[in-house]
Design a protein around this ligand. Structure first.
Ligand code: SME
Length: 148
């Protein structure tokens, strides 16, 4: 995996965590710190028919509750598949979080076979997320799911 060093550091963070909330906070801190193009990193958790924002790094967002099916986040909750949006302006589903955001990736977190929530990353760079980011973030989501 291309981002193996960052993954190994993140794994240490996760193993040192003191519980489910702490582990989520550590993951977003590590992602935001280690990748300059990850300008906003947060975790949404499914509660009923809404995604509720947990820990995040980056500018505050108005989207602290997103209905399943709404936005890129809500689409990923329905499909339970990673969503990569290379140009947010060209995607009608996109809910704006920051005016600077140009691209986005949303990676589902599956716990014990069920959709638990998702990792959401925004970038100020257009087309910031490639196959290496998908592979890395899906590995992070699997790691995280074991500690939730
Ligand atoms: N852009 C997301 C909303 C969340 S903010 O990016 C933090 C979406 O379209 O669902």
């Amino acid at each position: 995996m291309k981002h193996q060093d960052q993954f190994d550091e993140l794994k240490e963070f996760v193993l040192a965590a003191k519980g489910p909330e702490d582990v989520q906070a550590r993951v977003v801190i590590s992602l935001h710190k280690n990748f300059p193009h990850y300008n906003w990193a947060g975790i949404y958790r499914l509660e009923g028919q809404n995604l509720v924002l947990g820990p995040f790094q980056g500018k505050p967002t108005v989207h602290i509750r997103i209905p399943v099916g709404a936005g890129v986040c809500g689409s990923a909750a329905l499909s339970q598949k990673t969503e990569v949006v290379p140009n947010v302006e060209a995607d009608a589903r996109y809910l704006a979080c920051s005016l600077e955001t140009r691209s986005e990736i949303v990676v589902p977190i599956i716990k014990n076979g069920a959709f638990w929530g998702e990792i959401d990353i925004d970038s100020d760079r257009p087309d910031a997320f490639g196959p290496d980011d998908v592979e890395f973030l899906e590995a992070v989501a699997r790691l995280l799911s074991e500690r939730l």
